[in-house]
Structures are given as structure tokens and as C-alpha cells.
Design a binder for this molecule. Structure first.
Ligand SMILES: NC(=O)c1ccc[n+]([C@@H]2O[C@H](COP(=O)([O-])OP(=O)(O)OC[C@H]3O[C@@H](n4cnc5c(N)ncnc54)[C@H](O)[C@@H]3O)[C@@H](O)[C@H]2O)c1
Length: 476
């Protein structure tokens, strides 16, 4: 028998797209336009560090400009390459469409292990990379708005935003050129936690429908559910922290670079996070059993598996052995197309990446709007604040109706906004509404069409329909 070849990340995303688009009646031309990646810019630049010149390679890929600006994070990792960046940019297109964030899809990356450089060196490298992207309008509030991803965070976003402001001194919207900035540099409350928070809201919404929970062979709510998380970084930590401290879930396993920890009774996530930041890994943590082959813990018995680190970790090599009945893709692309098929046949329910980790871009959208509006919450007196809020709500609704974007302010969000709720409360409630509505839209397809087997195909169908409508409206 011929060995089955594992497709690469970009091919995997394309296969998943193809599976869904085959169920639409799009013309072949429009289908192809939506599938392809519009452009990828590769840059190599040198920085003098430690007495010699070091050359770095970076990418910014634009998958679809059916709406502008385009949006997507910038990743710092040695594994970054053109295929990976293009796959991630495609996922951004469909993710934004699914949660109705009015952006096209983009992504960037720099081939670097950030742990090899000190803070000052990283700042020099980041500013130089940003300079290269700004020169070509690949960081720009109206055209291309990056955000954090693996290996980057608030600090890198602040450096990039500052670099843009220095090169565009008269652009009053300069702050909106990047999202995920620190609060004191134009950021928004709740952005750091947003993706992990979104994972929690996605799971809460999933567990509101007992019939869906039963499809995964589970019953009841999140309370007491055994959860294994891979990657205790920004996304994995916040998801594990909120699920264990607010929903009663037990984090029975954590997989990191240097191995994994496993404990039937559940791990203390905050203590473990502190341990990792002091010791550089999970090894030696006083709770749980240490497993040197971390990836093997993906195959442990649990109720919910949350891969929140890398792509391709559930693949043809281990898919058949994955015991979790419910997999929540907090990372981008953790399941390859081949593994996805095996899991579907096994009856495993997969809540897909383009939905699960959309909390980041949703709150980035709030931040971008906040920057463009030049709003500083709590700056005015209460009466002025209330009427200003009413004006903003009226204006957002008018813009949404006129542009046909379809972004709706939910009654809950509007009520909180008008009574002058704090920024964090507003952000969380807007995110919660977004995650609920997106899963409800996916469910309509999942439950309503006999030819749709899974939530991933449902998510793609909702997204493809919106991207297609946008291209058609432009006359394509
Ligand atoms: N940060 C965001 O807002 C955001 C938004 C959407 C999607 N994502 C996706 O979520 C995933 C994680 O991103 P992040 O921002 O949390 O990154 P991060 O850099 O903050 O964290 C990644 C974590 O994974 C761990 N890790 C790396 N290699 C590993 C391995 N081989 N095995 C186990 N653990 C490993 C790292 O040690 C780190 O703790 C990525 O796929 C990213 O694209 C992130």
C-alpha cells in the first residue's frame, strides 16, 4: 500500500476550504479568487548586533482584500516560512468573515527565536522589520493592521506602532496601525486575555446545547470536565486559567516544549505559569507527574483537548490514538486535513480554529475602532459621556447599515455601553456576544444541512458566503 502523505499547513487549509466550497454554488472563477493568496512579500534585512551583521527573513502575506484594511498577527518563530504565513493569512480571511470583523485576511512572520536575543536587541530587530513593512504600506491603519501572535505580544506591538508614528508624523490615526498594544500606548482593556477568553466563551456556548454536547459523547456542563492543554502561552494560559477558575473545569494535563505534566486531580494553572516563567519549562513542578515525551499526553484520556501552541500536532501519526471526544482548536491549524478526516470518522467533535481563536481579532477590532474614534473612556462628565455614547451607537449603526457590513450591536452590548460600563466589561460583553452569534450561525448550517457533517465545514460555509457576497458587491 502507498504510504499516505501528510499535506503541508497551507495545503491542509486549502483542502479544508475545498471540502466546504464544493458544497456551494459559487462559480469556479469566484471560488478560485477566494481560495488563492493575493500576495506575499518576503524581506531580508540586516541588523548590526554583537559586533557583526545578522540577516533576518520576514514575511507579510495578504490573502484577501475583499475588505480593507487587512488584518492578522505577526509571529516570531524559527519555523516561520512562506507556506505557514500564507496558511495563517487564509485562516484570517475566513475568521474575520465568520465573526463579522470587517477586515480582509493577512499574516506576518519573522524567522527568529526571540529567546536568543535580549530586549534591546529584539527592539532593534522589530523596529527594522516594522520599517520594512511600513515602507510598503504593510503596516498602515487603512491598509494592513498587524497584531500579536506566537512569540510576540504587547511590547512588540508598541515598538511597531511607535516606528509607524515616527515615519508618519502627520497621520492622526497612527495608533490604529497595529492592535494588541499596551493600554498606555493606545491599547484596549481585555486584549491580552482576549483569545483565551474567546476560547472560554466558545466552550460555554457549545455546552449550552445539550444535543451538541451529546454528539461528543459528553453530558452536563463544563464543571468537572477533564481538560488537557498544549501550550501555556498567551492563548493556552488564559483559556486554562478562566476555564479552571470560573467554570470548574479540571486542567488534568499541560504540554509544553520540555515535556508535559499530568494530574488526575487537576493542576494549579497560575502556580504552573509562574514556575514556567522562572524555570523555563514544566519539569520539576511539584504537582503532577512529569512526562518527558510531551506530545504523548495529547493521546491521554480526557473530556476536552485544547491544542494551543503549534500547527500540525494532531496528524496522520497520532489521530487514531487521540482519545478526547471534543477537540477545541485554540491554536491555528493544530489538526492536519488527513487527521481531520480520521477524527470525523471516529465521531470526535472538533470546534475549529477559525471560530475558537477569533476572540483576538474581535477585540483587535474594538481596539482599532477605539483608536480611530480617539475615544478615551471616562474622560468626560457623566452627562456628556452618555450623550457621546448615544452618538457613537447611532453612528456605528448607521455606518453598519450603509456599508452593508452587517455588524450589529447586540442589545446587551448597547445597554452596557449606554449606561457607561467600564471598558473591560464592554470588551468582554462584546466578545461574548460575538462568540455566541458566530457559533449559532455555524449551528444553523451544521444542524440544517444534511450534507454538512462537521462544525469546521459549517464555519467555512458561513465565512465563504460572506466573502463571496463582499466580492460580488464590488462587481467581481
Ligand atoms: N495571541 C493571539 O492573540 C492569538 C490569536 C489567535 C490565534 N493564536 C494562535 O494560538 C497559538 C498560540 O499562540 P500564542 O499567542 O499563545 O503564542 P505564545 O508564544 O504566547 O505561546 C505559545 C506556547 O506554546 C509553547 N510551545 C511552543 N512549542 C511547543 C511544543 N512543541 N509543544 C508544546 N508547547 C509548545 C510555548 O512554550 C508557549 O508557552 C498559535 O497557533 C497562534 O497562531 C494566537
Amino acid at each position: 500500500m502507498q504510504p499516505v502523505k501528510e499535506p503541508g499547513f497551507r495545503q491542509s487549509v486549502e483542502l479544508m476550504f475545498n471540502r466546504a466550497v464544493a458544497l456551494t454554488d459559487l462559480s469556479p472563477g469566484l471560488e478560485e479568487k477566494i481560495r488563492v493568496c493575493n500576495a506575499t512579500y518576503t524581506v531580508r534585512f540586516g541588523v548590526r548586533l554583537r559586533g557583526s551583521i545578522h540577516t533576518f527573513t520576514g514575511y507579510r502575506s495578504v490573502h484577501s482584500e475583499h475588505m480593507e484594511p487587512v488584518k492578522g498577527g505577526i509571529r516570531y518563530a524559527l519555523s516561520v516560512n512562506q507556506n505557514e504565513v500564507e496558511a495563517l493569512a487564509a485562516l484570517m480571511t475566513f475568521k474575520c468573515a465568520l465573526v463579522e470583523a470587517p477586515f480582509g485576511g493577512s499574516k506576518g512572520g519573522l524567522c527568529i527565536d526571540p529567546r536568543e536575543w535580549d530586549d534591546h536587541e529584539l527592539e532593534q530587530i522589530t523596529r527594522r522589520f516594522a520599517y520594512e513593512l511600513i515602507k510598503r504600506d504593510m503596516i498602515n491603519p487603512a491598509q494592513n493592521v498587524p497584531a500579536p501572535d506566537m512569540g510576540t505580544g504587547e511590547r512588540e506591538m508598541a515598538w511597531m506602532a511607535d516606528q509607524y508614528a515616527r515615519m508618519n508624523t502627520t497621520d492622526i490615526n497612527a495608533r490604529a496601525c497595529v492592535t494588541g498594544k499596551p493600554l498606555n500606548a493606545g491599547g484596549i482593556a481585555g486584549r491580552v486575555e482576549a483569545t483565551g477568553r474567546g476560547v472560554q466563551y466558545a466552550l460555554r456556548e457549545f455546552f449550552r446545547e445539550p444535543a451538541d454536547v451529546a454528539k461528543a459523547g459528553l453530558t452536563g456542563g463544563l464543571d468537572g470536565k477533564r481538560v488537557i492543554v498544549q501550550g501555556l502561552g498567551n492563548v493556552g494560559y488564559h483559556a486554562a486559567h478562566f476555564l479552571s477558575t470560573e467554570d470548574g473545569a479540571k486542567i488534568t494535563g499541560v504540554i509544553e516544549r520540555d515535556g508535559a505534566l499530568y494530574a488526575e486531580e487537576g493542576l494549579n494553572i497560575d502556580a504552573l505559569r509562574d514556575w514556567i516563567s522562572t524555570h523555563g519549562g514544566v519539569k520539576g513542578f511539584p504537582e503532577g507527574q512529569y512526562v518527558a515525551d510531551g506530545a504523548s499526553v495529547l493521546e491521554e484520556d480526557c473530556d476536552i483537548l485544547i491544542p494551543a501552541a503549534l500547527e500540525g500536532v494532531i496528524n496522520l501519526g497520532n489521530a487514531a490514538r487521540i482519545m478526547a471526544p471534543l477537540i477545541v482548536e485554540a491554536a491555528n491549524g493544530p489538526i492536519t486535513a488527513g487527521a481531520d478526516e480520521i477524527l470525523r470518522h471516529k465521531g470526535t467533535v472538533v470546534i475549529p480554529d477559525l471560530y475558537v481563536n477569533a476572540g483576538g481579532v474581535t477585540v483587535s477590532y474594538f481596539e482599532w475602532v477605539k483608536n480611530l474614534g480617539h475615544i478615551r473612556f471616562g474622560r468626560m462628565g457623566r452627562r456628556q459621556e452618555e450623550s457621546r455614547h448615544q452618538l457613537i451607537v447611532d453612528e456605528l449603526e448607521r455606518l453598519s447599515a450603509d456599508s452593508g457590513v452587517g455588524w450589529q450591536l447586540s442589545p446587551g452590548f448597547k445597554e452596557k455601553y449606554l449606561r457607561g460600563a467600564g471598558e473591560l466589561e464592554l470588551v468582554r460583553s462584546g466578545l461574548d456576544d460575538t462568540m455566541r452569534v458566530a457559533l449559532q450561525n455555524m449551528r444553523e448550517v451544521w444542524h440544517g444541512r444534511s450534507d454538512v457533517e462537521d462544525l469546521r465545514t459549517s464555519a467555512y460555509l458561513v465565512a465563504i458566503d460572506r466573502v463571496a457576497a463582499s466580492y460580488r458587491a464590488k462587481g467581481l
